[in-house]
Design a protein around this ligand. Structure first.
Ligand code: SF4
Ligand code: SF4
Ligand code: SF4
Length: 368
């Protein structure tokens, strides 16, 4: 059986899109590294790129996929995508992934670059605010030399699978040839760490391939719990719950993504305990990010005409009512998306930080 080496450019962290950058800017080195690697395996070569990405001068077998996933550094997951299926990894030492009668192995552009140039250099995606800059730095360079963190609040190393560290600790770190240094994200003093964790857990939920229950349910539940911390619905016991469940997930999830995706949240909880407690116990956000989300939606019982137009607009099925009766929003289900507001021609869906008196049982329009 001949072999196949797939150069996967679709397994990056969304905030650290290193592969296409390296391929575009160091194509000759990458191609040389891939050819060296493939010749040792007597393998054909295929490049797998994100849909819509073109790499000037790249020759040979180039395929495209819209299925960017952290699991696409796994040969079985790559074979699934090449076969038109969803990306799903297989983690077994003795498992051989096969595509068109060829045994598949996977390499990234960064590894191929390293085969030619050694491991003295490292590509790092530096995220500050909404801007991402990819830098090539010497291994051993201090983080301080790569990005100015003097006025920062925290630094996340490793993106969705990474860990938050304090600025003081980050300043003393040196870049190593490890995946953790693929991505450095700087959070400023204006950034709310609970809100930051909401964004990270939303992205982790999007990236989970859903193959194993711990990661699929874990990302979904954690996304919900941390969102509730920003809307006044969480309990203080949720902090310990998240930490305990994280340990189980880190042991039981199937692939490295699931095993590590809770780390940003748990490390943020450890470093910024007061900030999380402020949100949960005192329902305050000192950065002013989460209060807006804590606005509660309600239907004004004096104005509702009982037409039901708002029900279909609600993606959470949070609106209850029937024709001719005053409609009610179930606050446990409402996610404060605001979609119902424009569905009500009468303008009777309103917001407040504290709910007014509302019907507790079915009430006919005009009887309130
Ligand atoms: S841990 Fe997550 S990403 Fe990995 S196989 Fe399981 S569901 Fe998929
Ligand atoms: S809230 Fe508006 S859209 Fe919904 S039932 Fe009442 S009047 Fe109709
Ligand atoms: S704000 Fe969104 S979730 Fe809440 S009731 Fe309206 S449509 Fe539903």
């Amino acid at each position: 059986m001949k072999n196949l080496v797939v150069v996967s450019c679709v397994s990056d962290d969304r905030k650290a899109p290193l592969s296409v950058y390296i391929l575009n800017n160091y194509r000759k080195d990458v191609v040389e590294g891939v050819e060296k690697y493939a010749s040792g395996l007597d393998a054909d070569i295929m490049y797998l790129l994100p849909e819509g990405q073109k790499v000037e001068g790249l020759e040979g077998d180039v395929r495209y996929t819209c299925a960017c996933s952290p699991t696409l550094n796994n040969p079985y997951s790559v074979v699934q995508v090449l076969s038109g299926n969803l990306p799903r990894p297989m983690i077994q030492d003795d498992f051989v992934a096969v595509y068109e009668d060829k045994a598949v192995s996977v390499i990234t552009p960064e590894v191929a670059y390293g085969i030619v140039n050694g491991l003295e250099e490292k590509f790092v995606a530096v995220n500050v605010g909404d801007a991402t800059e990819i830098k090539k730095v010497k291994v051993g360079t201090t983080v301080n030399e790569v990005v100015d963190i003097a006025d920062a609040k925290a630094v996340l190393f490793g993106g969705l699978k990474g860990e938050f560290v304090t600025v003081a600790e980050a300043a003393g770190l040196k870049i190593e040839a490890l995946e953790k240094y693929n991505s450095i994200t700087v959070y400023s003093k204006q950034d709310c760490m609970v809100d930051a964790c909401v964004q990270l857990m939303n992205a982790a939920y999007e990236d989970s391939c859903g193959k194993c229950v711990l990661c699929r349910e874990g990302t979904s539940q954690f996304k919900q719990i941390v969102t509730e911390m920003t809307t006044g619905k969480a309990k203080i016991t949720d902090i310990d719950l998240v930490k305990e469940v994280s340990e189980l997930i880190s042991i039981g999830a199937y692939c490295p993504f699931g095993q590590n995706m809770t780390k940003p949240l748990t490390t943020a909880m450890n470093l910024f305990e007061d900030e999380f407690e402020d949100h949960i116990k005192r329902k305050t956000c000192k950065c002013g990010k989460c209060y807006k989300a804590a606005e509660l939606y309600f239907i004004d019982p004096d104005e509702c005409q009982g037409c039901g137009d708002c029900i279909d607009a609600c993606p959470e099925d949070a609106i209850e009512g029937k024709d001719g009766y005053i409609h009610i929003i179930d606050q446990d289900l409402c996610e404060q998306c605001g979609k119902c507001v424009s569905a009500c021609d009468e303008g009777c869906i309103k917001t407040a930080t504290k709910l007014p008196k509302l019907p507790k049982k079915k009430t006919k329009v005009g009887k309130w």
